[in-house]
Design a protein around this ligand. Sequence first.
Ligand SMILES: [Zn+2]
Length: 434
Amino acid sequence: MIKQFAAGAALACALLTGPAPAQAHVGDIAARYVQLSLEIGEHEDGYIDAYYGPPAWRDAAKASKRTLPALARDVDFLLAELAEDEAGADTAGDTSGSLTHERIAFLRGQLIAARTRLRMMQGETLGFEDEAEGLFGVRPVLKPLTDYDPVLAEIETLVPGEGALWQRVDAFNDRFVVPADRLKAVMDAAIAECRRRTVAFIPLPEGERFTLEFVTGKSWSGYNWYKGGAESLIQINTDLPVRLSRAVDLGCHEGYPGHHVYNVLLEERLAKARGWVEFTVYPLYSPQSLLAEGSANYGIELAFPGEERAAFEAKVLYPLAGLDPKDAGRYLALQEAQQALSGARFTIAAEYLAGRMDRATALAMIQKYGLVSEKRASQTVAFAEQYRSYVINYGLGLTMVRDYVQRAGPGQAERWRAMEALLSEPTTPADLLE
Ligand SMILES: [Zn+2]
C-alpha cells in the first residue's frame, strides 16, 4: 500500500518543486488520464488490466460514476490540451533526456484508444481495421485467406499423410501433451529458464516475483495479472491439454521477458523513478497492448535464439514431462511454420465480427488455417467474440517488435538493449516503424 501511494506522492512533489512548465503540465494531463481511465473502467469489466496508482483515485472513480458521453468529452478535452503541449515541446527542442515528447506521444495514443473504446461502449460498430487502428495505433492489413495456402502446402511436407491437414497436425501435436500431473514441474522449469536468460541482460528489482495458477473456463491460454510492487499472478488455462511447446511460450510470454518484466520495468523506471503516474494504469484496449503482446511473443525467440530452445526442451522439459524427444525437432519446426498463419486469424475474425461469415464457417476456417481441432477452434472464436480486434496484437505486434529489435544489430547484447529500452521507455507502435 505504501508503494502504491509513492507514485502519486512523487507526482505531487514534482508538481510542487516545479520542473519545466511543459513537463509539469504533461504530468497534470497524465494524472487526469489515469483518473479518466479508471472512470471508463467502471463501465466495462476487464478494461483496466492493471492499476497500482493512488487507491484514492480508484475509490473516487467508483464513488461517482459519470456517463459515457461526459467521459468522452473529457477525453477530447485532454487530447486538445496535449496537442498544445506537443506544439510547445516541438519548438522547445527537447535535448534534456526528459522524454517529454515521447511521453506526449504515448499519452496521445492512449487517449485516442480511450475515445475509440468509448464510441464502442456507446453502441457504435467500427470496421475491423478502423477499430484496430483506433484502439491499438496500427492498421492491420487483412489478406485474403487464399494467400495463406502456400504456407499450408509447406506444412503438408512436414506432416505428410492422408486426411485433412489440420487433423494430421492436431494429432501430431497431441503426441506432445504434457500429462496433467507433470504440468507444474514443466512450467516451473520453463519459467525459471526464461527468467535466468532474461536477468542475464535486463536487471530486475530485488524481490520481483510471481504466483503461478492453473485455471479453467477462459477464452485465453494464459494471462498475466500485474499487481504492482513488482508482483504478478500468472494464470495458465487448462481447458485444453497443454502441449510441451507452450511451456517455453508461456514462460517467456507471460513472465520473462514478457508481460511480467514489461510491467515491472514500467513501474520501476517510469512510475517510481520518474514519478510518471500514467504508467500506474494499463487500459487493456490501448496501444500498450500491441507493445505488450508483441514484445511478449518476440521475447520467446530473443531468449532462446537459434537451436537453444530445442536443446533446452530436449534436455530439461521432455524428461520432466516424461515425453520422448525423438520428434522434438519436427514438432518445433511445425510450431514455427504455423506462425506464418497468424494473419489468417485476423481475416477470419474480421469477416466473422462483421457478420460476413457465420459461426460454423468461422470455426471451419480456423480449423483449416489454424490447423486445430474443433475444440481449439471454438476457443479461438470465443476469444474473437470477447476481445475482437485485440487479436492483431499477437501476430502483428510480434512482427513489428522483431523488426524493430533486429534493426539494432545482429548481436544478442544489442538486441536485448533495444528490447529493454522498448519495455522501459514510453513507446508507441509508430516508434517501432522508425
Ligand atoms: Zn499476452
